[in-house]
Design a protein around this ligand. Structure first.
Ligand code: UDP
Length: 412
């Protein structure tokens, strides 16, 4: 199969943990590589970004990353809209010059969806979309940057026009139906995956020693530094925790674009008098994250909204329990009381109770670590990519059946 994958606003080679580069980039990188390993050809189209790469970069066996200009490096995500027509024309010229043909388009996020929709028309092939987040749901949550009506209107049109939507959770599917009137049969639920070779347990003391984090109870947060992630709430939780002097919250994520939010959080931790218990580390390469997950007593996901939350899977794959709010995959992945806890709301008291419970239970023992990791074994990228491939085949089959029926009707 030949697949055109669209990831316009965020490059899979970007610095993960920055403002615009998170789970979606990891998803595209991992999915592309798995598809490529199976002999499928994948071209991922994205915008040029810092640090500058060649226009065409090999991302893995049979997988290429192809860059075109869309605005400047500092152009805000929402302003990319006005550059999409140029981007699409450049992509089409490149395709023609190189004699490329694709079997299907898989676009990610609404901005890519718009490009995908134009290509769907020009190329007359199926178009699948993963929205990752939805404007109307973010608007309803009401935290962080306002979501423009333009985005929500575009999403509504894409939901109607594309051939299949891939949602990553049951809730994601419900949201598409509730907020966008999506047809249930047009939505398939396929969860995200985790790289089980990279995210594996490291003996806790060894991990702490490696990171120089000895002698404390450690809670780790990993993610982009944006208001939706609920780090402010987690700081309030820290103020609630008993024996907080012996607890360190390690906050991982953030780049130059996150300075204002980072400063707000630092100010809040000073106001709450917990600044000595919180370490803001900035972004950390994925290769180093297994040390942090393994060093921690638990990982916290205090978000107000997640479409999935890869961090949950990554922590569990390292054998570390998770305390999360009821967002994304948390309820379907975390086994309540066994591999962590999901709290029904963002109340700092409820989060603090569950965190205290886990901190008072010794949980770094090999049997426990092993069973926590085993609980996410089925989410290997290999399994998830197979499920996505099945989806591609099913869409192609549906369309060829429709085309045959159309031809028969024509003959009659
Ligand atoms: N991540 C990273 N380094 C960081 C912060 C985050 O590599 O400093 C990665 C993390 O491993 C995860 C992704 O960013 O794979 C975050 O994905 P998630 O789905 O949790 O959140 P999203 O970014 O989609 O909101």
């Amino acid at each position: 199969m030949k697949i055109a994958m669209l990831s316009i606003h965020s490059c899979p080679l970007g610095k993960v943990g920055g403002e615009n580069t998170g789970g979606m980039s990891v998803y595209i990188r991992e999915l592309g590589r798995e598809l490529g390993k199976r002999g499928h050809l994948v071209d991922v189209y994205t915008r040029i970004h810092e640090p500058i790469h060649d226009q065409v970069v090999e991302l893995g066996e049979n997988v290429r990353l192809i860059h075109f200009k869309a605005g400047e490096e500092e152009t805000h995500k929402l302003e990319l809209y006005s550059h999409l027509a140029d981007f699409t024309r450049n992509l089409e010229n490149f395709r023609k010059e190189n004699g490329l043909r694709y079997d299907l388009i898989h676009s990610h996020y609404w901005l890519s969806g718009l490009v995908g929709e134009q290509l769907q028309e020009w190329w007359d092939i199926p178009h699948l979309i993963g929205f990752h987040t939805l404007g109307a749901v973010k608007k309803a949550v009401g935290i962080g940057e306002g979501e423009p009506e333009l985005r929500i209107n575009v999403e509504r049109k894409l939901v109607k026009d594309c051939h299949r939507i891939i949602a990553s959770t049951e809730k994601g599917k419900e949201d598409l139906i509730t907020y966008y009137d999506a047809a249930p049969e047009a939505i398939s639920i396929i969860p995200c995956g985790v790289n089980l070779d990279l995210f594996r347990p490291i003996q806790r003391e060894a991990a702490r020693c490696h990171l120089g984090l000895n002698g404390e109870s450690i809670i780790v947060f990993v993610g982009r530094i944006i208001p939706l992630k609920g780090i402010d709430n987690m700081l309030k939780v820290m103020a609630h925790l008993e024996g907080k002097q012996g607890i360190k919250l390690v906050v991982i994520g953030g780049d130059d674009h996150s300075q204002a939010e980072m400063q707000r959080l630092k100010n809040l931790s000073r106001t709450l008098r917990i600044d000595e218990s919180v370490i803001f580390l900035g972004s950390v390469k994925q290769e180093t994250l297994p040390f942090f997950y393994s060093a921690a007593d638990l990982c916290v996901v205090p978000s107000y909204y997640e479409s999935f939350g890869l961090v949950v899977l990554e922590s569990l794959a390292c054998g570390t329990p998770v305390v999360a709010t009821k967002v994304g995959c948390a309820e379907s992945v975390i086994r309540y009381g066994e591999t962590g806890y999901v709290v029904p709301d963002n109340d700092p008291g409820s989060l603090a109770d569950k965190i205290s419970l886990l901190l008072s239970t010794p949980n770094g023992k090999p049997d426990f670590v092993h069973s926590v990791r085993a609980s996410v074994a089925k989410y290997s990228w290999s399994n998830i990519s197979e499920a996505i491939l099945e989806e591609y085949r099913s869409v192609l089959k549906d369309l060829s059946t429709k085309a045959c029926k159309g031809a028969e009707e024509f003959r009659v």
